[in-house]
Design a binder for this molecule. Structure first.
Ligand code: 5GP
Length: 210
């Protein structure tokens, strides 16, 4: 069985990662990993769909039990990717999408170098500020924190394989789909695994001496 591809998307808060990833999931059926967080739900967010909203105590218990593929403290709250669902899906051949911050992405890259790492940028910094402000969910101090963080994050762009500018979410999602398709055909771990299974299969048909 071929392993799935691990697709990791990061970008500054307000770059529109959530919308782009939502469209990308619809286009490709990639399985979106649901993270665990200690942040409170925003209006309209659903536990188990957007995040698993948990207490700090419960989060730290999962950390001690080694239950995260990666976790990070972002803007004063913990966020983590539950390990088992991701590794089970990949082993079963399904592609998995993580939408996580740059610290988390760099940690995943160490563990999973064959992953595909994509950074999403907004069309401009002015638009980024407008998007964060218009959400109306953050205080002005929290907005400044997020904008400051986005500047630091951009210095880590070299750790990514691709960068998509999100002018329109549907076009950005098309770009992610094109990247996924191209990566499936790249001569690398995914293709090596395919060739390994083909060789095993061929052993059933040909004489052992060949
Ligand atoms: P928000 O609070 O706006 O939903 O997310 C804040 C930041 O946390 C975003 O950059 C988002 O990508 C990141 N994030 C969400 N889930 C995870 C996770 O499981 N791990 C890490 N490292 N970051 C995450």
């Amino acid at each position: 069985m071929k392993k799935g591809l691990l697709f990791v998307v990061s970008g500054p808060s307000g770059a529109g990662k959530g919308t782009v990833c939502g469209e990308f999931v619809k286009l490709t059926n990639i399985s979106l990993s649901v993270s665990m967080t200690t942040r409170k739900p925003r209006p309209g967010e659903i536990d188990g769909k957007n995040y698993y909203f948990v207490s700090e105590e419960s989060f730290l218990k999962t950390v001690s039990a080694g239950g995260f593929l990666e976790y990070a403290k972002v803007y004063d709250h913990y966020y983590g990717t539950p390990k088992d669902p991701v590794t089970t899906k990949l082993a079963a051949g399904a592609d998995v999408l993580l939408e996580i911050d740059t610290q988390g992405a760099l940690n995943v890259r160490r563990e999973w170098p064959e992953g595909i790492f994509v950074y999403i940028l907004p069309p401009s910094m002015r638009e980024l500020r407008r998007r964060i402000t218009s959400r109306g969910t953050e205080t002005s101090a929290a907005i400044d924190l997020r904008l400051g963080e986005s500047l630091k994050e951009m210095d880590r762009i070299d750790q990514y394989d691709y960068c998509v500018i999100n002018e329109r979410p549907s076009e950005a999602a098309d770009s992610l789909t094109a990247i996924l398709k191209a990566e499936r055909t790249r001569v690398g771990p995914y293709i090596y695994e395919t060739i390994r299974t083909y060789k095993e299969e061929m052993r059933c048909y040909i004489h052992p001496s060949i």
